[in-house]
Write a protein that binds this ligand. Structure first.
Ligand code: BES
Ligand code: MG
Ligand code: ZN
Length: 495
């Protein structure tokens, strides 16, 4: 779907040539493009201001059916995210016009800290992600995604970046895969089916997998996962996806293993501590951590990533029923610690607790990262576009925040003060799954998790806000955002 193109721009046949224009600077160095812009700016209502656009249908100069000029605003404001948004918005507009392909002219004279491959990459990403439409459940599929988006750049850059389009496409396919899982209604992704769907995708790649079903969860003593899943007719599972490039080699010099844990609550009613009905439908997204972790593993396999990464994904449906866990119940976790269930709606930390101590024991990872739509409190703290990062390893938190900045999946490091730990005290068990105060709920949730991580360097990413978008954004439709896939890939790459 993505291509790079160079040569004589006026000779390119296309349904639409897209030319981004800056209001206070020339951002192209191709003289033909500069000529087109000069013409466009003769029209007095077009100056390249942000949000302005101008379309020429009959351009005597070029072979394209249309030339669409798009204002990007001031040069100073143009960063990678601005380009991603620009490309995404344009692709959405072209889809509305029922076009099938287009050429976007990449600007080449941007701020000095925005390198050619980064700006090209951002445009390619925005275009691919903006082209995704979730309409599986509609009889009339009105919009058709574009078949090809070509990005025009000079021949030198096109050559040095020739591998970029396929790499971006692979990564963005991962994001789209996660989006589709998250947007899927919960009646089509109950635990058994969701696990099968993840396995089906994994089987096509160089990934091995194993599944612990209800019986083996019982045999292993995973009381926390079982307690959350017991109220549902569709029983819990623990899925392991293993990407291991060492397995065919004799003995690599340095083996490194990273574990990614993803919260997979296919629907969160809250259980007996039932949620209010307003907004409950959105709780189909409570498996977003699982979706992003599974999609990341699939993407790593496609990219032939260098070291071993294991996905550990607990999958449950949190339902009230005659068999459901009650507030006040005490359960025994895989770690041996007992947990008093103060609130059945604080279920994410329970399934993660078992998954993480199991992962620690089985894989002895160098680093463990969990991703979860864990708390509403994190959305209260950071809003719905920024994820919270919790870690006792400052360097690890910093690396994650930096990767978030690099791909514009924003993260913010949050504190984990030891003196909040007593808030999780239980009179009768080793720990309570609910804090005695509602303040700092994202922090107390993270502190709960920390009790189930042994020596390993570990970080927790609370994606309750950014995993789902009611309205959609510039390069994302309404529903699952796939947040976390690009972040984790960038983070693992830099490792
Ligand atoms: N799945 C929710 C968290 C959530 C809320 C995700 C909003 C996305 C949007 C989680 O299981 C939950 O219910 N958390 C409770 C914890 C509380 C009972 C301690 C919460 O945040 O209120
Ligand atoms: Mg809950
Ligand atoms: Zn939940």
């Amino acid at each position: 779907m993505l291509k790079l193109l160079s040569g004589e721009i006026l000779n390119k046949k296309t349904e639409c040539l897209v030319v981004p224009v800056c209001e206070d600077a020339e951002i192209h160095d191709d003289s033909a493009i500069i000529g087109l812009i000069k013409n466009a700016k003769k029209i007095k209502e077009f100056n390249g201001k942000k949000g302005e656009s101008l379309i020429f249908y009959d351009s005597a100069n070029s072979k394209s059916e249309r030339v669409l000029f798009v204002g990007l605003g001031k040069l100073e404001k143009i960063d990678a995210e601005a380009l991603r948004s620009f490309a995404g918005k344009i692709v959405k507009q072209l889809i509305e016009k029922e076009l099938t392909e287009a050429i976007i002219c990449a600007p080449s004279l941007l701020k000095s800290d925005l390198k050619a491959d980064a700006s090209l990459g951002a445009i390619l990403e925005g275009a691919f992600l903006g082209n995704h439409i979730f309409d599986k459940y509609k009889k009339d599929k009105k919009a058709k995604p574009l078949k090809i988006v070509s990005v025009f750049t000079d021949s030198k850059i096109a050559k040095s970046c020739r591998l970029l389009p396929s790499r971006i496409e692979t990564i963005c396919k991962g994001t789209v895969l996660a989006r589709e899982w998250v947007s899927m209604p919960s009646n089509d992704k109950r635990p058994d089916r969701f696990v099968r769907s993840m396995v089906k995708a994994a089987e096509k790649e160089d990934l091995s997998f194993s599944i612990l079903d209800e019986k083996s969860l019982k045999q292993n003593g995973m009381g926390a996962i079982l307690a959350v899943g017991v109220g549902s007719r569709s029983k819990p599972r623990l899925l392991i996806l293993d990407y291991n490039p060492y397995k065919n080699k004799k003995s690599p010099k340095k083996k490194k293993t990273i574990v990614l844990v993803g919260k997979g609550v296919t629907f969160d009613t809250g259980g007996i501590s039932l949620k209010p009905s307003a907004g409950m439908a959105e709780m189909k997204m409570d498996m977003s951590g699982a979706a992003s972790v599974a999609a990341t593993l699939i993407t790593l396999a496609r990219l032939k990533h260098k070291f071993r990464v294991v996905g550990v994904i607990p999958v449950v449906e949190n339902m009230p029923s005659g068999d459901a866990t009650r507030p006040g119940d005490i359960i025994k976790s895989y770690s041996g610690k007992t947990i008093e269930i103060g609130n059945t709606d604080a279920e994410g930390r329970l399934i993660l607790a078992d998954a993480m101590s199991y992962a620690n024991k089985m894989f002895k990872p160098d680093v463990m990262v969990d991703m979860a739509t864990l708390t509403g409190a994190c959305i209260v703290a950071l809003g719905d576009k920024i994820a919270g990062v919790f870690s006792t390893d400052e360097k690890l938190a910093k690396d994650i925040v930096e990767s978030g900045d690099a791909v514009s999946e924003k993260c913010w490091a949050m504190p984990m003060p030891d003196d909040y730990k007593p808030l999780l005290k239980s009179e009768f068990a080793d720990i309570n799954n609910m804090s005695s105060t509602r303040y700092g709920g994202a922090i107390t949730a993270a502190l709960f998790l920390s009790e189930f991580v042994e020596k390993t360097s570990w970080a927790h990413i609370d994606i309750a806000g950014p995993a789902y978008s009611k309205t959609g954004g510039d390069y994302c439709g309404a529903g699952g955002t796939g947040f976390g896939v690009r972040l984790l890939i960038d983070f693992l790459n830099k490792m």
